[in-house]
Design a protein around this ligand. Structure first.
Ligand code: HEC
Length: 152
C-alpha cells in the first residue's frame, strides 16, 4: 500500500517535471517576457529590405550586391527555438521552409543581377524576395503570433 502510493507520487512528480519541460518555454514566450530570436531576425530582414529599396532608388548596384547576401544568409534561431517552431509547424514545416528557400534563392538572384548592374533584373529579383516574405506571412504569421505571443 505504502509503496504503491509513494510510487504514484513519484510518477506524478515525474509527470509534472516532463510537463514543465515541454510547456515551460512556450509559457514564457506567451507571457511576452522573452522575445523570440525569429522576431529579431525579421526586424533585421525588414531593415535590410528597406536599405535595398534605398539603394535601388539611387541605382547603387554595388550596395545592393552587399545587402543581398545579408537577406539570403540571415541568422537563424538557436536550435531550441527552432525545435519549438518546427514542433508547432508539424506537417506544415515543409511549406514554411519552402518560403524561406524562396527568399534565399531570390536573394541570390538579386546579388547576381546587382553584380551585372542589371537594374530591371534587380527589381524583378527584389519582387521575388518580397513574394517570399509575403507568402510566409500570409500563411503563418497570424497563427504564429497567436501561438507564441498570445496576441493578434
Ligand atoms: C518562413 C517564413 C517567413 C519568411 C520567409 C519571412 N517571414 Fe517575416 N515573419 C514570419 C513570422 C512567423 C513572423 C512573426 C514573428 C513574431 O511575431 O514573433 C514574421 C514577422 C515579421 C515582421 C514583424 C516583426 C515584428 O516586429 O513583430 C517583419 C518586419 C518581417 N517578418 C519581415 C520579413 C521580411 C522583410 C521578409 C523577407 C525578406 C520576411 N519577413 C520573410 C515568418 C517569415
Amino acid at each position: 500500500m505504502q509503496t504503491s502510493s509513494s510510487a504514484s507520487i513519484r510518477l506524478a512528480a515525474l509527470g509534472a517535471t516532463l510537463l514543465s519541460l515541454v510547456a515551460g518555454p512556450a509559457a514564457q514566450a506567451q507571457g511576452g517576457s522573452e522575445p523570440m530570436a525569429l522576431q529579431t531576425i525579421m526586424k533585421q530582414l525588414d531593415r535590410d529590405l528597406q536599405a535595398v529599396t534605398g539603394a535601388i532608388a539611387v541605382e547603387d548596384w554595388p550596395r545592393v550586391g552587399e545587402l543581398a547576401p545579408k537577406i539570403g544568409r540571415h541568422a537563424e534561431p538557436a536550435p531550441a527555438e527552432k525545435l519549438r517552431i518546427l514542433g508547432w509547424l508539424g506537417t506544415e514545416a515543409g511549406s514554411f521552409r519552402g518560403f524561406d528557400t524562396k527568399v534565399h534563392d531570390a536573394a541570390a538572384g538579386l546579388a547576381e543581377a546587382a553584380a551585372r548592374g542589371d537594374g530591371a533584373e534587380v527589381i524583378a529579383a527584389f519582387a521575388r524576395v518580397q513574394q517570399g516574405c509575403l507568402g510566409c506571412h500570409q500563411a503563418f504569421r497570424q497563427r504564429f503570433v497567436a501561438e507564441f505571443h498570445g496576441r493578434r
